[in-house]
Design a protein around this ligand. Structure first.
Ligand code: PMP
Length: 397
């Protein structure tokens, strides 16, 4: 049976990581993988996570099935984190959440859920978007199309073109928006642009699906949720996919959430029954450990404060790295304007160099990034920024 298969290419980012690990250059730099790293290049476990895990270890008394919704407390705390305690949608009991295996699990649940709402729905994603979005939704049988988003030449948003496209989107379709820290461009909508997107969403009547994989990594927990919160005030239906991989550093625990917004409590209940059926048909029930850590942190005032401080350290480091690289390039007298890197948000930016230059950076200087020149900002540090800027300057000359 397997004879009918042809091999598929491996994930390019993982291939890059293998090459990086095998490289013996003392100044090698990994700007490929999108995980947070400390100045020593290590992805740490947050202290608040360690404390929560210890507590969990001492108090956990069963490993019995958790059910398709996952932990009710986690779900409730995650919706408060996303929407804010007093959001009208929460007060009106229109919000339902399931715990999912990571943000990816949330997106896959959303995909199958959309298929059940409207089998012919088209999913519109930004051009470009996170590489996995297209595959995930196509795997659920959904047609994926793109709306203009990032202007590679001007390092800006193609906002007018994006709006023109959204004005054509059908009411049974779904538009995927990144809540913050757009992956891969780092280019976010401003609050005023969100307001315009919300207006066209309401006018056209399509359903927004917001992917929030980096809440707290851009400007702050509340600031990063502006679009989510305002959208949920304006529309009848919405889907939100959240991830705890980045902001809690729980990458390998696989914990996230899929949240749906009904037009009222009764519709939310009906939709939720379908969401649970979808979950049962994919993985039956989510893993419990990551959710237990997150709910322990969010429910405890002291731990919550500690988490917010640790999150701020990660955010400040990423934003600091952006400025540091731009300053270093400036110091070297590089003509080209790289200031856009300091203005963008989150884990990624496109450096804006050609794929040949990406190859030269890799082969001649042991600096690793994906072909599109998307760089993972967390891979920069005060120890390597000088070498990095020097090599970039040399390659673009
Ligand atoms: N959405 C976006 C935009 C992402 O960048 C990622 C992670 N790279 C995810 C979703 C998935 O996150 P997780 O690791 O929690 O599955």
């Amino acid at each position: 049976m397997f004879n009918s298969l042809t091999a598929l290419p491996a994930d390019p980012i993982l291939g890059l990581l293998t090459q990086y690990r095998e490289d013996t250059h003392p100044q090698k730099i990994d700007l490929g993988v999108g995980v947070y790293k400390d100045p020593a290049g290590h992805t740490p476990i947050l202290d608040c996570v360690k404390i929560a895990e210890q507590r969990r270890f001492e108090t956990e008394d069963t490993k019995v099935y958790i059910g398709p919704t996952g932990s009710a407390q986690f779900n409730q705390l995650m919706s408060v984190l996303a929407f804010g305690k007093t959001h009208p949608a929460l007060l009106a009991d229109r919000v339902r959440t399931v715990s999912t295996p990571g943000g990816t699990g949330a997106l896959r649940v959303a995909a199958d859920f959309i298929k059940r709402c409207h089998p012919d729905a088209v999913l519109w994603v930004s051009d470009p978007t996170w590489a996995n979005h297209t595959g995930l939704f196509e795997a659920a049988g959904i047609t994926v199309k793109t709306y203009p988003y990032y202007d590679y030449d001007n390092k800006s948003l193609k906002f007018d073109q994006m709006m023109q496209q959204l004005q054509q989107v059908n009411k049974d379709d779904v538009v995927l928006l990144h809540a913050c820290c757009h992956n891969p461009s780092g280019m976010d909508l401003t609050p005023a642009q969100w307001d315009e997107v919300i207006e066209v969403t309401v006018k056209q009547g399509f359903t927004p699906l917001i992917d929030m994989a980096y809440q707290g990594f851009g400007d702050g927990l509340d600031e990063d949720a502006y679009g989510v919160r305002e959208m949920a005030k304006a529309v009848e239906n919405m889907i939100l996919c959240s991830s705890c991989s980045k902001n809690f550093g729980l990458y390998r625990e696989r914990i996230g959430a899929c949240t749906i917004l009904g037009s009222d409590s009764a519709q939310a209940n009906t939709a939720f029954s379908v969401l649970l059926y979808v979950v049962r048909c994919i993985y039956s029930m989510p893993p419990a450990h990551g959710a237990a850590i997150v709910e322990t942190i969010l429910a405890d005032d002291t731990l919550n404060q500690q988490w917010q401080q640790e999150l701020a350290v990660m955010r400040d480091r990423i934003n600091g790295n952006r400025t540091m690289l731009v300053n270093e390039l400036h110091k070297l007298g590089v003509d080209r304007d790289f200031s856009f890197i300091a203005q963008q948000k989150g884990m990624f930016s496109f450096l804006g160099v050609s794929s040949e230059q990406v190859m030269t950076l890799k082969h001649d200087h042991s600096i690793y990034m994906v072909d599109s020149s998307r760089i993972s900002i967390a891979g920069i540090s005060s120890a390597n920024v000088e070498y990095l800027a020097h090599c970039i300057a040399k390659v673009i000359k």
